[in-house]
Design a protein around this ligand. Structure first.
Ligand code: NDP
Length: 252
Protein backbone atom coordinates (compact mmCIF):
# COMPACT_ATOMS: atom_id res chain seq x y z
CA UNK A 1 0.00 0.00 0.00
CA UNK A 2 1.06 3.62 -0.55
CA UNK A 3 2.72 4.99 2.59
CA UNK A 4 1.99 8.67 3.00
CA UNK A 5 4.73 9.32 5.58
CA UNK A 6 7.56 7.31 4.01
CA UNK A 7 10.91 9.00 4.63
CA UNK A 8 9.64 11.01 7.60
CA UNK A 9 11.25 10.77 11.05
CA UNK A 10 8.86 11.32 13.94
CA UNK A 11 9.04 11.77 17.70
CA UNK A 12 5.94 11.09 19.80
CA UNK A 13 5.95 11.96 23.50
CA UNK A 14 3.71 10.02 25.85
CA UNK A 15 3.80 7.05 23.48
CA UNK A 16 3.56 4.44 26.25
CA UNK A 17 -0.24 4.43 26.23
CA UNK A 18 -3.39 6.06 24.97
CA UNK A 19 -3.35 8.66 22.22
CA UNK A 20 0.46 8.74 21.96
CA UNK A 21 0.66 4.99 21.50
CA UNK A 22 -2.02 5.10 18.79
CA UNK A 23 -0.29 8.02 17.05
CA UNK A 24 3.04 6.18 17.05
CA UNK A 25 1.41 3.06 15.59
CA UNK A 26 -0.42 4.97 12.85
CA UNK A 27 2.57 7.13 11.86
CA UNK A 28 4.73 3.99 11.63
CA UNK A 29 2.05 2.21 9.59
CA UNK A 30 2.22 5.16 7.16
CA UNK A 31 5.95 4.63 6.75
CA UNK A 32 7.51 7.04 9.25
CA UNK A 33 10.38 6.05 11.52
CA UNK A 34 9.08 6.74 15.01
CA UNK A 35 10.89 7.48 18.26
CA UNK A 36 8.60 6.75 21.21
CA UNK A 37 9.15 8.74 24.41
CA UNK A 38 7.68 8.18 27.89
CA UNK A 39 8.84 7.11 31.34
CA UNK A 40 7.71 3.45 31.44
CA UNK A 41 10.31 1.35 29.62
CA UNK A 42 8.25 -1.85 29.57
CA UNK A 43 5.24 -0.19 27.98
CA UNK A 44 7.38 1.63 25.41
CA UNK A 45 9.19 -1.57 24.44
CA UNK A 46 5.86 -3.34 24.02
CA UNK A 47 4.56 -0.65 21.65
CA UNK A 48 7.83 -0.50 19.71
CA UNK A 49 7.82 -4.31 19.45
CA UNK A 50 4.28 -4.28 18.08
CA UNK A 51 5.24 -1.68 15.46
CA UNK A 52 8.29 -3.69 14.38
CA UNK A 53 6.27 -6.92 14.24
CA UNK A 54 3.97 -5.13 11.78
CA UNK A 55 6.96 -4.17 9.62
CA UNK A 56 7.41 -0.62 10.90
CA UNK A 57 10.42 1.19 12.35
CA UNK A 58 10.33 2.18 16.01
CA UNK A 59 12.78 3.25 18.70
CA UNK A 60 11.79 3.17 22.39
CA UNK A 61 13.46 5.99 24.32
CA UNK A 62 12.79 6.29 28.04
CA UNK A 63 12.45 9.99 28.78
CA UNK A 64 10.75 12.31 31.24
CA UNK A 65 9.62 15.57 29.61
CA UNK A 66 9.87 17.35 32.98
CA UNK A 67 13.63 16.72 33.12
CA UNK A 68 16.13 18.67 31.01
CA UNK A 69 18.89 16.07 31.11
CA UNK A 70 16.48 13.28 30.26
CA UNK A 71 15.16 15.14 27.20
CA UNK A 72 18.70 16.04 26.09
CA UNK A 73 19.76 12.39 26.37
CA UNK A 74 16.71 11.36 24.36
CA UNK A 75 17.59 13.82 21.59
CA UNK A 76 21.13 12.42 21.40
CA UNK A 77 19.82 8.87 21.25
CA UNK A 78 17.33 9.72 18.49
CA UNK A 79 19.92 11.62 16.44
CA UNK A 80 22.33 8.71 16.74
CA UNK A 81 19.74 6.16 15.61
CA UNK A 82 17.69 8.14 13.08
CA UNK A 83 19.38 11.49 12.42
CA UNK A 84 17.31 14.67 12.35
CA UNK A 85 13.60 14.67 13.08
CA UNK A 86 10.92 16.30 10.88
CA UNK A 87 7.70 15.46 12.74
CA UNK A 88 7.23 16.15 16.45
CA UNK A 89 4.08 15.21 18.36
CA UNK A 90 3.81 16.78 21.80
CA UNK A 91 1.33 14.45 23.44
CA UNK A 92 2.60 13.62 26.95
CA UNK A 93 0.23 15.03 29.53
CA UNK A 94 -1.41 14.51 32.89
CA UNK A 95 -4.86 15.47 34.18
CA UNK A 96 -5.24 15.82 37.95
CA UNK A 97 -8.56 17.45 38.87
CA UNK A 98 -9.47 18.57 42.38
CA UNK A 99 -11.41 21.42 43.96
CA UNK A 100 -9.19 24.48 44.01
CA UNK A 101 -9.90 24.78 47.76
CA UNK A 102 -7.70 21.76 48.37
CA UNK A 103 -4.72 23.79 47.23
CA UNK A 104 -2.94 20.84 45.64
CA UNK A 105 0.21 22.66 44.64
CA UNK A 106 1.85 19.26 44.01
CA UNK A 107 -0.73 18.42 41.34
CA UNK A 108 -0.69 21.92 39.84
CA UNK A 109 3.09 21.84 39.58
CA UNK A 110 3.06 18.40 37.98
CA UNK A 111 0.49 19.47 35.37
CA UNK A 112 2.35 22.71 34.60
CA UNK A 113 5.72 20.91 34.39
CA UNK A 114 4.39 18.16 32.13
CA UNK A 115 1.70 19.83 30.01
CA UNK A 116 3.32 23.25 29.52
CA UNK A 117 7.04 23.29 30.34
CA UNK A 118 7.34 19.73 29.00
CA UNK A 119 5.92 20.85 25.65
CA UNK A 120 8.33 23.80 25.59
CA UNK A 121 11.27 21.57 26.47
CA UNK A 122 10.46 19.27 23.55
CA UNK A 123 9.91 22.21 21.20
CA UNK A 124 13.31 23.57 22.21
CA UNK A 125 14.92 20.17 21.66
CA UNK A 126 13.71 19.79 18.07
CA UNK A 127 13.25 23.32 16.67
CA UNK A 128 16.62 23.24 14.89
CA UNK A 129 15.75 19.89 13.27
CA UNK A 130 12.35 21.12 12.07
CA UNK A 131 13.69 24.40 10.68
CA UNK A 132 16.58 22.63 8.93
CA UNK A 133 14.27 20.00 7.40
CA UNK A 134 11.99 22.72 6.04
CA UNK A 135 14.96 24.71 4.71
CA UNK A 136 16.01 21.59 2.78
CA UNK A 137 12.57 21.49 1.17
CA UNK A 138 11.24 18.66 3.28
CA UNK A 139 7.91 18.64 5.13
CA UNK A 140 8.23 19.60 8.79
CA UNK A 141 5.51 19.35 11.43
CA UNK A 142 4.99 20.30 15.03
CA UNK A 143 1.76 18.79 16.39
CA UNK A 144 0.59 19.69 19.89
CA UNK A 145 -2.12 17.67 21.62
CA UNK A 146 -4.13 20.22 23.58
CA UNK A 147 -7.74 19.58 24.66
CA UNK A 148 -11.24 20.94 24.22
CA UNK A 149 -10.63 21.80 27.88
CA UNK A 150 -8.66 24.77 26.53
CA UNK A 151 -12.04 26.38 25.67
CA UNK A 152 -14.66 25.03 28.06
CA UNK A 153 -14.75 25.47 31.81
CA UNK A 154 -15.55 22.60 34.13
CA UNK A 155 -15.56 22.64 37.94
CA UNK A 156 -12.43 21.11 39.53
CA UNK A 157 -10.48 21.13 36.24
CA UNK A 158 -9.29 24.76 36.40
CA UNK A 159 -5.55 24.11 36.37
CA UNK A 160 -5.72 21.30 33.80
CA UNK A 161 -7.80 23.57 31.56
CA UNK A 162 -5.33 26.39 32.08
CA UNK A 163 -2.42 24.18 30.99
CA UNK A 164 -4.32 23.20 27.84
CA UNK A 165 -5.29 26.82 27.11
CA UNK A 166 -1.57 27.54 27.33
CA UNK A 167 -0.81 24.78 24.80
CA UNK A 168 -3.44 26.12 22.38
CA UNK A 169 -2.08 29.64 22.74
CA UNK A 170 1.50 28.41 22.23
CA UNK A 171 0.49 26.54 19.07
CA UNK A 172 -1.13 29.64 17.61
CA UNK A 173 1.75 31.85 18.60
CA UNK A 174 4.50 29.50 17.41
CA UNK A 175 2.92 29.48 13.95
CA UNK A 176 3.97 33.12 13.61
CA UNK A 177 7.60 32.10 14.12
CA UNK A 178 7.56 28.73 12.35
CA UNK A 179 5.10 29.25 9.49
CA UNK A 180 7.27 31.78 7.61
CA UNK A 181 10.02 29.15 7.70
CA UNK A 182 7.73 26.43 6.27
CA UNK A 183 7.36 24.52 9.55
CA UNK A 184 3.71 23.67 10.12
CA UNK A 185 2.14 23.87 13.56
CA UNK A 186 -1.05 21.94 14.26
CA UNK A 187 -3.02 22.14 17.49
CA UNK A 188 -5.30 19.15 18.15
CA UNK A 189 -8.07 19.47 20.71
CA UNK A 190 -9.70 16.13 21.51
CA UNK A 191 -12.84 15.75 23.54
CA UNK A 192 -13.40 12.74 25.78
CA UNK A 193 -11.10 9.93 24.59
CA UNK A 194 -10.74 6.41 25.96
CA UNK A 195 -7.24 6.22 27.53
CA UNK A 196 -5.42 5.97 30.88
CA UNK A 197 -5.67 9.73 31.45
CA UNK A 198 -8.22 9.44 34.26
CA UNK A 199 -6.28 6.71 36.07
CA UNK A 200 -4.19 9.20 38.10
CA UNK A 201 -7.18 11.02 39.62
CA UNK A 202 -6.91 10.64 43.41
CA UNK A 203 -10.42 11.96 44.16
CA UNK A 204 -12.92 9.05 44.15
CA UNK A 205 -15.91 11.28 43.46
CA UNK A 206 -14.27 12.92 40.45
CA UNK A 207 -13.03 9.57 39.14
CA UNK A 208 -16.61 8.30 39.30
CA UNK A 209 -17.91 11.45 37.61
CA UNK A 210 -15.48 10.89 34.71
CA UNK A 211 -16.59 7.26 34.39
CA UNK A 212 -20.17 8.49 34.20
CA UNK A 213 -19.27 10.88 31.38
CA UNK A 214 -17.63 8.04 29.46
CA UNK A 215 -20.80 6.01 29.80
CA UNK A 216 -23.07 8.86 28.79
CA UNK A 217 -21.05 10.36 25.92
CA UNK A 218 -19.33 7.39 24.29
CA UNK A 219 -15.71 8.55 24.05
CA UNK A 220 -13.51 8.73 21.00
CA UNK A 221 -10.99 5.94 20.54
CA UNK A 222 -7.31 6.90 20.64
CA UNK A 223 -7.11 5.69 17.03
CA UNK A 224 -9.62 8.38 16.03
CA UNK A 225 -7.16 11.06 17.14
CA UNK A 226 -4.21 9.19 15.63
CA UNK A 227 -5.95 9.13 12.24
CA UNK A 228 -6.31 12.92 12.40
CA UNK A 229 -2.61 13.36 13.21
CA UNK A 230 -1.69 11.16 10.24
CA UNK A 231 -4.08 13.17 8.06
CA UNK A 232 -2.76 16.63 8.94
CA UNK A 233 0.90 15.58 8.64
CA UNK A 234 0.38 13.98 5.24
CA UNK A 235 -1.14 17.05 3.50
CA UNK A 236 0.94 18.81 0.83
CA UNK A 237 3.52 20.91 2.68
CA UNK A 238 1.92 24.26 1.85
CA UNK A 239 -1.31 23.22 3.64
CA UNK A 240 -1.36 23.71 7.42
CA UNK A 241 -4.45 22.56 9.31
CA UNK A 242 -3.69 24.72 12.28
CA UNK A 243 -6.54 23.73 14.61
CA UNK A 244 -8.44 20.46 14.79
CA UNK A 245 -11.22 19.96 17.34
CA UNK A 246 -12.60 16.42 17.50
CA UNK A 247 -15.40 15.53 19.89
CA UNK A 248 -17.50 12.45 20.43
CA UNK A 249 -20.70 13.21 18.54
CA UNK A 250 -22.70 13.18 21.77
CA UNK A 251 -20.34 15.55 23.62
CA UNK A 252 -22.11 18.93 23.38
P1 NDP B 1 -2.57 8.52 28.88
O1 NDP B 1 -2.44 8.68 30.34
O2 NDP B 1 -2.96 7.18 28.35
O3 NDP B 1 -1.24 8.97 28.15
C1 NDP B 1 -0.36 9.94 28.67
C2 NDP B 1 1.04 9.56 28.25
O4 NDP B 1 1.96 10.55 28.67
C3 NDP B 1 1.50 8.24 28.84
O5 NDP B 1 2.07 7.46 27.80
C4 NDP B 1 2.57 8.63 29.86
O6 NDP B 1 3.55 7.60 29.93
C5 NDP B 1 3.09 9.92 29.25
N1 NDP B 1 3.67 10.83 30.24
C6 NDP B 1 3.11 11.35 31.35
N2 NDP B 1 3.97 12.11 32.02
C7 NDP B 1 5.12 12.09 31.30
C8 NDP B 1 6.41 12.67 31.48
N3 NDP B 1 6.69 13.42 32.55
N4 NDP B 1 7.36 12.43 30.56
C9 NDP B 1 7.11 11.66 29.48
N5 NDP B 1 5.92 11.09 29.26
C10 NDP B 1 4.94 11.30 30.17
O7 NDP B 1 -3.65 9.61 28.44
P2 NDP B 1 -4.05 10.22 26.97
O8 NDP B 1 -3.58 9.35 25.90
O9 NDP B 1 -5.48 10.55 27.05
O10 NDP B 1 -3.25 11.59 27.00
C11 NDP B 1 -2.48 12.05 25.93
C12 NDP B 1 -2.73 13.54 25.74
O11 NDP B 1 -4.05 13.75 25.29
C13 NDP B 1 -2.56 14.38 27.01
O12 NDP B 1 -1.82 15.54 26.72
C14 NDP B 1 -4.00 14.72 27.37
O13 NDP B 1 -4.08 15.92 28.09
C15 NDP B 1 -4.61 14.83 25.99
N6 NDP B 1 -6.08 14.74 25.96
C16 NDP B 1 -6.72 13.59 26.37
C17 NDP B 1 -8.10 13.55 26.37
C18 NDP B 1 -8.84 12.35 26.87
O14 NDP B 1 -10.07 12.43 27.06
N7 NDP B 1 -8.19 11.20 27.08
C19 NDP B 1 -8.92 14.68 25.89
C20 NDP B 1 -8.13 15.81 25.46
C21 NDP B 1 -6.78 15.83 25.49
P3 NDP B 1 4.50 7.38 31.22
O15 NDP B 1 3.59 7.43 32.40
O16 NDP B 1 5.12 6.06 30.97
O17 NDP B 1 5.50 8.49 31.19
Amino acid sequence: SYEKLAGRTAVVTGAASGIGEAVAVVLAAQGARVALLARRADRLEAVAGKIRADGGQALAVVADVTDDASVEAAVARIHEAYGAVDLVVNNAGVMLPNPVDEGRLDEWQRMLDTNVTGVLRVVRAFTADLVAAAAEGRTADLVNISSIGAHITFPNYAVYGATKAAVTYLSQSLRTEFGPRDVRVTNVEPGLTDSELGSHIDNAELAQQLDGMFGALGPLACEDIADLVAYVTSRPRHVNLRQVIALPTRQA
